[in-house]
Write a protein that binds this ligand. Structure first.
Ligand code: SF4
Ligand code: SF4
Length: 405
């Protein structure tokens, strides 16, 4: 795999401030993300904070309300709740549970009942943890891309909670090792963590980052020196990022669903790049009002980073438990799509040595795609990023890949 380093402009910084956005007027929940969900409430109902409002068709995996208030709207696509700002919960008692007394079965069952999701695009934690052979737990605190520091930041500020969870997991699952992977040059963070680690099975791994290393399979290939095409879990390896570990911690420690997410706002267009703790379901519009965002045509808003982020619309984007980063980026090049000029940049940059322009040609001419091995594409988005003709290569490849697989 080619190792591509994305350079960062040093003037773009993120303050270590966490802004709290705790009082959204409305919260909205998609019933079509990650499967089809069926509402269990109707318009006009009163819902408590942390009350179940929908379940997944088929397995009943739940969604919970992040506020108390009146259901303003329900259809098959979404639920909207009008916040009454009272934070009313059915059960007022806050109990702290001891993490290492759980059994494997209890952990999986709680994570399922509380709807804890994996903020990496992988299987939900209750499924991963319920497999019988768990040998290695990897906690991925790498940057996903340039200007994204959220996971390292959370590793810094939530050390006590994370260590408590890791130590409990060592007892419950008897992992042979827990590897915490951090970017190089985080000396202070390493020092602080190493001082607190009491179990020799927990190891900090410092790694020179390159683009797409935070891709789960590439990360494992690099640190375990083994390659896995599929089913990491069958090899006893589980990878969580820090955000997912913290959601699991909240569920096991307080037996409450995740109602807030920490999101990094980054890019060259916010006045204040920062982290924000937001109620799940808050509209992006309401969140970014806090940041003095100036809406102009040249700004691209992305869920994710500048290379692999998905373009989002400020009017219909909602922060959910998988939203980790929102980037506002000033577009400097013309974004009109033109024909391929056969410059070869996409092949040169592709970390797994595919030839995206040839694949695109085959897609257009409806040729058989099998010989191009597009299943090796790791969805990094670099081909799009470098294409001078602004061709959405990645989107086409993704669609073709889904048809083949
Ligand atoms: S997204 Fe593009 S550059 Fe990245 S692996 Fe796939 S084809 Fe290669
Ligand atoms: S980078 Fe764009 S223009 Fe260049 S060969 Fe690839 S698809 Fe064609």
């Amino acid at each position: 795999m080619k190792k591509i380093k994305l350079e960062e402009n040093e003037t773009i910084k993120c303050s270590n401030k966490v802004i709290l956005l705790d009082q959204p007027v409305y919260v909205s929940f998609s019933l079509k993300e990650n499967g089809i969900f069926l509402p269990s409430i109707k318009k006009g109902d009163y819902v408590y904070q942390e009350e179940k409002i929908a379940i997944k068709k088929g397995n009943h995996f739940p969604i919970f309300s992040s506020v108390s208030g009146i259901v303003e709207f329900v259809d098959t696509n979404r639920i909207v709740i009008h916040n009454d700002f009272k934070n009313r919960v059915r059960e007022h008692k806050i109990v702290e549970y001891s993490l290492n007394t759980y059994t494997k079965l209890e952990v999986s069952s709680l994570l399922f009942q509380l709807g804890i999701i994996n903020s990496l695009d992988e299987e939900e934690p209750y499924k991963l943890l319920s497999k019988s052979v768990n040998k290695t737990l990897i906690i991925n605190a790498l940057q996903q891309e340039a200007y994204i520091y959220l996971q390292t930041f959370l590793l810094k500020i939530e050390r006590k909670e994370l260590i408590e969870l890791i130590e409990a997991f060592l007892e419950i699952y008897n992992f042979e090792e827990v590897l915490i992977v951090v970017p190089r040059n985080q000396n202070l963070l390493l020092e602080e963590w190493n001082l607190c680690i009491r179990d020799s099975r927990i190891k900090m791994i410092e790694i020179e980052e390159y683009y797409s290393l935070s891709n789960t399979k590439e990360l494992i290939r690099t640190i375990k020196r083994k390659s896995y095409r599929n089913n990491l879990i069958e090899n006893g390896i589980i990878v969580f990022n820090v955000s997912t570990m913290l959601a699991i911690y909240g569920a096991l420690k307080y037996r409450r669903p995740q109602i807030k997410a920490t999101v990094q706002f980054t890019g060259n267009m916010w006045k204040n790049n920062c982290y924000m703790e937001v109620r799940i379901g808050t509209s992006l519009q309401e969140a970014i009002e806090q940041l003095n965002y100036k809406r102009t045509k040249e700004v691209l808003l992305l869920n994710g980073g500048i290379v692999n982020g998905k373009v989002i619309n400020i009017n219909d984007c909602v922060i959910d438990a998988k939203t980790l980063v929102v980037t506002a980026w000033k577009v400097t090049k013309e974004t009109v799509q033109e024909s391929c000029i056969k410059c070869g940049k996409c092949s040169k940059v592709c970390p797994v040595n595919l030839h995206p322009s040839l694949i695109m040609e085959a897609i257009i001419k409806k040729r058989n795609l099998r010989r191009f091995e597009i299943q090796r594409c790791i969805d990094c988005g670099l081909c799009n990023y470098v294409c001078p003709s602004n061709i959405d290569i990645y989107k086409n490849l993704k669609e073709a890949k889904e048809k083949i697989l």
